[in-house]
Design a protein around this ligand. Structure first.
Ligand code: ZN
Length: 209
């Protein structure tokens, strides 16, 4: 810790343009992995990396009200609505390395439906933070439940984790599947089966992850 603090101070001085703490932190990373932050290819890297990190964690600065933004519509259709293959990109909270995958969401409306694109935005709202897949899955289900008060919600996520592929156990072909079932999906194995069939037919038609 002391070394990083020292490096931030050391680097803040020679840089002439206005900067911020996140850029300084990335500059400190460069120095602490024994790179030369002054070499040509890295001159703008702290700035670019800070911008990228802000994008990848933008969920922290968003609000669900803005995301839903009135896209709730009354409907007397009470049958299952499923949106499949929502791709997502998140960062694991243990290593800050990406995990990348697909999310499938189903719900049984109870008088209200949500604009379909909003489901993808809810996934991004929770994914663009530091996460673990288990919590991410539950948070998406709970948000759907809070917004729609449906009869039930089902969420299935499968992802590859770069912290397992690039480091640690270095397993290239494993993926991780998580599910969250609320309401009617929790109570009915038939509903879960119907959802799982939709998920497996979606997965067979798309590239892995
Ligand atoms: Zn990790």
């Amino acid at each position: 810790m002391a070394a990083i603090t020292h490096s931030v101070e050391a680097l803040t001085f020679p840089r002439t343009r206005a900067t911020d703490a996140l850029e300084d932190a990335f500059a400190a990373i460069l120095e602490n992995v024994d790179e030369n932050p002054e070499r040509e290819g890295l001159m703008e890297t702290p700035k670019r990396a800070a911008k990228a990190m802000r994008f990848l964690t933008q969920g922290y600065s968003q609000s669900l009200d803005e995301i839903v933004n009135g896209a709730l519509f009354s409907s007397d259709n009470e049958d299952m609505v499923t949106v499949r293959n929502i791709e997502f990109y998140s960062l694991c909270e243990h290593h800050m390395l990406p995990f990348i995958g697909r999310c499938h969401i189903a719900y049984l409306p109870r008088g209200t439906v949500l604009g379909l694109s909003k489901l993808a935005r809810i996934v991004d709202f929770h994914a663009r933070r530091l996460q673990i897949q288990e919590n991410l899955t539950k948070q998406i289900a709970t948000t759907m439940d809070d917004i729609l008060a449906p009869q039930g919600v089902a969420v299935h996520m499968s992802a590859v984790h770069l912290c397992m592929m690039m480091r640690g156990v270095e397993k290239q072909s494993s993926d991780t599947t998580t599910t969250s079932f609320l309401g009617a999906f929790r109570e009915s194995s038939e509903l879960r089966m119907e959802f799982n069939q939709q998920v497996s037919s979606a997965a067979s038609g798309t590239a892995r992850f």
